[in-house]
Design a protein around this ligand. Structure first.
Ligand code: BJW
Length: 243
């Protein structure tokens, strides 16, 4: 049980595992492969430079696969706890699927970006909502650049391997951790603990003396860093954890 009182702040990190019960395959389900390509090959600036059409096909398929996908009991359990804690709650997600927002979570930080948004690789127009699943073989181009007589590719508004997480996101986490002080509690859900800086959040919390919980289908590599471990599907474990 994760019991919280008025002195506590709760920082939550979620990964692909929380959306698994909504039908979205996790990253490393297929051994980190998509059609024989490694995740790093399709989710990296070098991969995009090498083959933008392949990368756009990967993300277009994922956009199309979101049709009809809805949040599950795990997402909803986090909405309930946020309603109790208000500003003493922050949800950091590595997921790009938007399901936390769809469930009703409000204090959500999408650390790795958003599937349904694109941005230009050249101009500084703001990232914009884009739900298009582009036809295979079509490289989407920036309309703003085209009007200025230039050709520029669009790309998904996602943080790829080797790219930096938005400074504002890390600052918001640091501000929350500072504000929480000794009352900080940390919960990681459905993440393999392989990708940084997200995987290092538990160490930040430990250094501050905060207690930490992990809910995951299996023991991840960084399981030893947590105080409490609950193995099982997030959609079943989370509602019980806060009961
Ligand atoms: C269930 C379940 C159920 C199943 N219930 N559980 C420090 C040390 C070493 C390396 C680095 C470091 N700092 C930075 C790096 C480099 C790199 C990195 O971490 N590499 C590692 C692989 C070693 N990090 C970066 O490049 C990051 N940038 C950065 O730090 O900038 C500074 C910098 C710049 C240049 C050089 C160095 C530093 C950016 C990382 C961005 C990652 N982006 C991706 C892809 C894009 C998003 C997309 O297309 O969707 O984001 S990678 C991919 O992994 C994706 C995920 O968000 C992310 C995490 O995966 P996640 O969520 O953990 O999923 P899975 O599948 O791995 O695990 C699911 C888990 O759920 C499993 O354990 C299941 O058992 C479980 N599960 N069903 C509960 N029902």
């Amino acid at each position: 049980m994760l019991n919280l009182d008025a002195s506590n702040h709760l920082l939550v990190l979620t990964g692909a595992g929380i959306s698994a019960e909504s039908g979205i395959p996790t990253f490393r389900d297929a051994g980190g492969l998509w059609e024989g390509n490694s995740v790093e090959d399709v989710a990296s600036p070098a991969g995009f430079l090498r083959d933008p059409l392949l990368v756009w096909r990967f993300y277009s398929e994922r956009r199309a696969a979101m049709e009809g996908v809805t949040p599950n009991a795990g997402h909803r359990a986090l909405v309930d706890v946020e309603r109790q804690l208000g500003d003493r709650f922050l949800l950091v997600t590595q997921n790009i699927d938007g399901l936390h927002g769809a469930a009703g979570s409000e204090r959500v930080l999408e650390l790795h970006g958003t599937l349904m948004r694109s941005r230009c690789t050249v101009c500084d127009r703001a990232p914009f909502e884009d739900r298009t699943a582009y036809r295979a073989g079509v490289a989407p181009m920036c309309g703003v650049c085209r009007r200025a007589g230039k050709d520029a590719l669009l790309r998904p508004d996602i943080v790829w391997f080797g790219e930096t997480i938005a400074a504002g996101a890390l600052a918001r986490i640091a501000e929350f951790v500072d504000r929480a002080g000794a009352g900080l509690r940390y919960l990681a859900v459905g993440t393999s603990g392989l990708v940084y800086p997200a995987a290092g959040l538990v160490d930040v919390v430990r250094a501050r003396g905060g207690r930490s919980w992990l809910v995951n289908a299996e023991r991840p590599v960084n399981a030893g860093s947590f105080d409490e471990l609950a193995l099982g599907p997030a959609g079943q474990v989370l509602p019980q954890l806060f009961a």
